[in-house]
Design a protein around this ligand. Structure first.
Ligand code: GDP
Ligand code: MG
Length: 304
């Protein structure tokens, strides 16, 4: 497949892993870059415990961000889990963006850099709005360049300063390729889109090899209800009856686990309580059916 559109200018797309210590402003930066509120922004460290996608669509490019829970040493079980997620995010990444707090940029960069050897790198000194004299940052910039970061950007994720330059730099570093996600779906319906992604992620977490790759998720209803939980109805499509039985599990137990895990993710994402209803349907060989994919996976109206 060609990644060239219209006038022969190639499209660029790629995964960008955001890494850095807790509280340096990774989630705030992600929200600033994508213009959506995807990652939980919290004043406490370690609130982001899962990979969360954010997507930046720009002219001729799409950057898919993998938010990570902070680069820690695995002292505790939770941190072990977090380290695994970081490694997963790094494995998928075309570009690794290290975020540092400009008010204390010296912390623990060396151990990070060792883990990142051989990757395409970019460093961000965030919270520059808190630094009176930018000259104070020169030693930190110097050290990062020596450590292997060819480019260091000064940004205020909170106020927005430097964000446009950073977007341009990210776009310039993405490999050629088709967009991973339909730009319209993300822009039009971010919450439905990400609710579907969280259900899909739960399926990936809870089933063996075959099932996840045969799965498509369509959010058919997403109702915000004042004074009540949001109502979400999602259909999980599989390709065969046998997969449907596995997906549901005996007594519906397996599907319940999917629902419970996805619901928690969606609630963390929207910040509101959610009632999530899941259905499983067979769409024979849907992966080979372009029309099914266009109408159901990327489209918005799905009729029974
Ligand atoms: P994360 O743990 O790296 O994801 O950090 P968060 O995005 O949750 O931010 C941690 C804290 O730093 C929050 O209170 C943010 O409001 C604050 N913060 C993030 N970016 C900036 C910035 O550019 N300037 C200032 N002054 N504060 C920021
Ligand atoms: Mg965070």
């Amino acid at each position: 497949m060609s990644s060239t559109e219209g006038g022969g200018v190639p499209f660029h797309s790629g995964y960008v892993a955001i890494i850095g210590l807790p509280n340096v402003g990774k989630s705030t930066l992600l929200n600033r870059l994508t213009g959506t509120h995807l990652a939980a922004v919290a004043p406490r460290p370690q609130t982001t415990r899962h990979r969360i996608l954010g997507i930046l669509n720009g002219p001729g490019f799409q950057a898919v961000f993998l938010d990570t829970p902070g680069l820690l040493d695995p002292k505790y079980a939770l941190q072990q889990q977090m380290k695994r997620e970081i490694d997963l995010a790094l494995k998928d990444a075309d570009l690794v963006m290290l975020v540092l707090d400009a008010t204390r940029p010296g912390e623990e960069t060396d151990s990070m850099v060792r883990r990142l050897a051989g990757r395409k790198l970019l460093a961000v000194l965030n919270k520059v709005d808190l630094v009176r004299d930018k000259k104070e940052l020169l030693p930190a910039v110097d050290r990062l360049v020596k450590a292997g970061f060819p480019d260091v950007f000064m940004v205020s994720a909170l106020k927005g300063g430097g964000a446009d330059d950073l977007k341009t730099a990210i776009a310039a570093r993405l490999p050629e390729g088709q967009p991973f996600y339909p730009p319209d779906a993300v822009a039009d319906r971010p919450e439905e889109f990400f609710a579907a992604e969280f259900v899909r992620e739960a399926v990936f977490n809870l089933y063996g090899e075959e099932i996840p790759y045969s799965t498509a998720v369509v959010v058919e209803e997403f109702k915000e209800r004042p004074d009540r939980k949001d109502y979400i109805l999602a259909t999980i499509f599989v390709e065969r009856e046998s997969q449907k039985a596995i997906m549901i599990g005996s007594g519906g137990k397996a599907l319940k686990r999917v629902g419970s895990q996805a619901r928690q993710e969606i609630e963390a994402f929207t910040g509101r309580p959610v009632f999530l209803e899941l259905r499983v349907k067979v769409a024979v060989a849907w992966r080979k059916n372009e029309r099914f994919i266009r109408d159901n996976i990327y489209g918005r109206d799905w009729a029974d």
